[in-house]
Design a protein around this ligand. Structure first.
Ligand code: NAD
Length: 382
């Protein structure tokens, strides 16, 4: 079967990590399925390349193509400085309603980690991408809007807020929370994962964060009864996905102390923002972390790092994050064998301590290789 994947090379190190990663993905597919499955790569423009060719950073034609697409992958995009540009990433996420940001976090042997047992970390974070603080509704202290809102709150809702406060709103809907939890639970079922943990701060924010927790349990009962259970611990049925919840601050402790107890995590926007970076640090940093942003139609894969302008064009970048994002794409496309091959090959290369500069600086006895060479090594180990 041939599937079309739309790709945006991206800015900064984007083109060079693509150059290193794409042959790895093609070779893995060929090796796993001997030509039975293929990717058709179609380039679409965004970022500086788009600006040079069309005078726009995010041409409408790119958005139109993505609106109809089901698979896409991108390199990092720089946020143009000055001129009041919105981040292209935020625009893409909002326009395409990419409501679930999914980041797997696992350990590769040989990388330095602050944990005693980083090998026990194997989690997939589902972070809500459109609501909560990401909706970005806030007003500066003493601005006319803040003053007006504070006086409305005092007069109509009998709440006392300091006259000079900066104020923000944190909207969260049942639909928005449930569609995120639905994706996480479905993923856990499809991948044979043991649990989904709902992470929230519901002890303090009962009607937003607390509602996230309640809606999450409700969704599991309504849509996945017979496949999930909220019974945790030794009397839980091992055939069922356990739905549990943790308050965010306790969760940060528990993922350090007992990482093996957590598998899939579903959480609100801000909690997920903190937690995915903290978890990435537990396994040795953001350098290798892959990711995807999804709507109900489109899965848009991307490395989690930015454009790294200081090393762009120097063949120093680590293409690992894009390679692993490509492995997620394979798994999503139903070509899991290719994803397994890629993971094994990355493991072997890192285990052999031939790594790019970002990892070499944290690994004793390692040999530094360039971006393209790292890609070639992964390709050779497939
Ligand atoms: P960054 O991730 O580009 O860089 C942070 C540090 O990590 C730098 O020291 C960089 O050299 C290093 N680094 C990042 N990726 C690396 C890789 N693959 N290999 C080796 N080293 C790597 O973050 P930043 O400096 O905050 O952002 C730079 C630009 O990227 C900004 O314009 C920002 O808006 C953009 N950005 C884009 C995305 C995205 O497209 N998803 C994400 C983050 C930042």
């Amino acid at each position: 079967m041939e599937k079309t994947v739309y790709f945006i090379e991206g800015d900064g190190i984007g083109p060079e990590v693509f150059l290193a990663a794409r042959p790895v993905l093609e070779k893995a597919l060929e090796k796993a399925y001997q030509g039975k499955h293929k990717l058709k790569w179609v380039e679409i423009l965004a970022g500086e390349k788009a600006y040079e060719q069309t005078g726009q950073y995010l041409p409408q034609s790119t958005l139109d193509t993505l609106a109809e697409a089901s698979l896409a992958i991108k390199g990092p995009l720089a946020t143009p400085v000055g001129g009041g540009f919105r981040s292209l990433n935020v625009t893409l996420r909002q326009t395409l309603d990419l409501y679930a940001c999914i980041r797997p976090v696992r350990y590769f042997q040989g990388i330095e980690s602050p944990l005693k047992r980083p090998d026990l970390v194997d989690m997939v974070v589902f972070r809500e991408n459109t609501e909560d603080v990401y909706a970005g509704i806030e007003w500066e202290a003493d601005s006319p809007e803040a003053v007006r809102l504070i006086s409305f709150l005092k007069e109509n809702l009998n709440v006392s807020v300091s006259d000079h406060a900066a104020v923000g709103l944190k909207p969260m809907t049942e639909t928005g929370c449930k569609r995120l939890v639905r994706k996480a639970v479905q993923y856990a079922i499809d991948q044979g994962r043991p649990s989904v943990t709902l992470v929230h701060k519901g002890n303090i924010m009962k009607y937003t964060e607390g509602a996230f927790r309640n809606w999450g349990y409700e969704l599991a009962r309504e849509e996945f009864s017979g496949l999930t259970t909220s019974r945790e611990g030794p009397d839980s049925d091992a055939q069922l996905v356990v739905i549990k919840d943790r308050i965010a601050d306790a969760m940060f402790q528990e993922v350090l102390l007992r990482p093996e107890e957590f598998s899939v995590i579903a959480t609100t926007n801000l909690n997920g923002d903190y937690l995915s970076d903290a978890l990435a640090a537990q396994v040795g940093g953001l350098g290798l972390a892959p990711g995807v942003n999804m709507s109900d139609r489109l899965a848009f894969f991307e490395p989690t790092h930015g454009t790294a302008p200081a090393i762009a064009g120097k063949d120093m970048a680590n293409p690992g994050s894009l390679i692993l994002s490509g492995a997620m794409l394979m798994e999503h496309a139903g070509w899991g064998e290719a994803a397994v091959l890629i993971h094994r090959a990355v493991e072997k290369v890192i285990g052999g301590k031939r790594v790019t500069v970002d990892l070499a600086s944290q690994m004793q006895g390692s040999t530094r290789v360039g971006c393209q060479e790292f890609g070639e090594l992964v390709g050779m180990n497939l």
